[in-house]
Ligand binder design. Structure first.
Ligand code: ZN
Length: 113
């Protein structure tokens, strides 16, 4: 049991989040070496050069489009380390596969690594 309580409809269990990450990893064609979920201070997520992804626990309480954007962002870094034009184009394309009518969330406030 988590010490932090949140209404069920506003949160997803860590295992479901992990399954979301793995499902997007297959779609994008990457294999993260490790997926960790823990409390992070300044970012939603980060990606190590060794292929380890770390996601902030707070993401479990974020709306689906925000979770999805962060997940795709980090997984794409396993292919493209920097925020190049191609990186941004792919991020937008994958995001809109799932949310065709939504704008890609602007994550610059609470950034992604
Ligand atoms: Zn990034």
């Amino acid at each position: 049991m988590s010490a932090e309580w949140a209404p069920l409809e506003d949160t997803v269990p860590a295992e479901l989040f992990r399954a979301e990450v793995l499902s997007w990893a297959r779609r994008i064609g990457v294999e993260p070496r490790e997926i960790r979920i823990r409390k992070m201070k300044r970012k939603w997520a980060s990606c190590s050069s060794a292929g380890r992804l770390t996601f902030d626990r707070g993401l479990l309480r974020q709306p689906g489009p925000v979770r999805t954007a962060v997940i795709i962002h980090e997984l794409l870094h396993l292919k493209i380390p920097r925020h190049t034009k191609l990186f941004r184009a792919l991020l937008s394309a994958y995001f809109h596969e799932k949310y065709p009518d939504r704008e890609l969330p602007d994550l610059s406030g609470n950034g992604t690594g």
